[in-house]
Ligand binder design. Structure first.
Ligand code: 3NM
Length: 211
């Protein structure tokens, strides 16, 4: 499956709804050229998450983007998202596949070569690889995994993967030079006062390497 676009993988964060309006934040990403958005919300109630996810799905649809829900398979079904992104402690991919069907996307966060290999044999459509650098965004995060796993994935994995964790404008080129084609950034985009301009800038850096 190659439904995971190259370039920036956009993720919402509770800060994108606190300091900024989450819809405006997401629209800034989309206008800046981001083609995939993951709704990642760890704090709000399910009712609030449902309402936000519904609005975000409509917005992402207007841009013909891909909308992924973090963690909540039920929410993904209810708002007809394109797929879900899950973690190592969530239900097995086979269970989630039986709920979502073959046409939906299932992404899994991985932190080691072994986890990556298992995700692929379990049927993940794409994987996250991280944290590449140290990050404060993920609360339960482990320390940076280093480059060995990333290099292994570039050379061996046939499914798309997204590099994540501590990725900033200043270190993005080093990843592109290695051969990384999909990059998730949270704080770098949420934290910027002009998310649209920052997104465009990063998109241009990526497109110089991956036309
Ligand atoms: N997942 P920032 S790291 C959501 O390693 C997430 O699986 C990670 O945020 C993983 O770009 C991470 O601000 C946080 O570092 C990424």
């Amino acid at each position: 499956m190659n439904k995971i676009p190259l370039g920036i993988y956009g993720i919402t964060d509770s800060k994108s709804g606190k300091n900024k309006n989450i819809l405006q934040y997401t629209e800034d990403l989309l206008q800046g050229g981001v083609k995939i958005i993951q709704y990642r919300e760890k704090k709000k109630s399910m009712k609030e998450k449902y309402q936000e996810a519904l609005l975000l799905k409509k917005l992402v649809d207007r841009y013909n983007g891909i909308f992924i829900i973090n963690d909540h398979v039920d929410l993904a079904i209810l708002v007809d998202a394109h797929g879900v992104h899950i973690g190592q402690d969530d239900l097995p991919i086979s269970f989630i596949r039986s709920l979502l069907g073959e046409n939906k996307i299932i992404g899994l966060s991985t932190h080691s070569i072994e986890e990556g290999k298992k995700a692929i044999s379990d049927g993940a459509d794409y994987i996250g690889i991280g944290p590449i650098f140290s990050t404060e965004t993920k609360e339960d995060v482990i320390s940076p995994i280093g480059m060995e796993y990333l290099k292994y994935a570039i050379e061996n994995f046939k499914i798309p993967f997204v590099a994540i964790g501590g990725i900033k404008e200043k270190n993005i080129e080093s990843l592109l030079d290695l051969g990384v084609e999909r990059i998730a950034l949270v704080s770098e985009l949420v934290g910027d006062k002009n998310t649209y301009e920052k997104t465009l800038k990063i998109k241009n850096i990526i497109e110089k390497k991956i036309p």
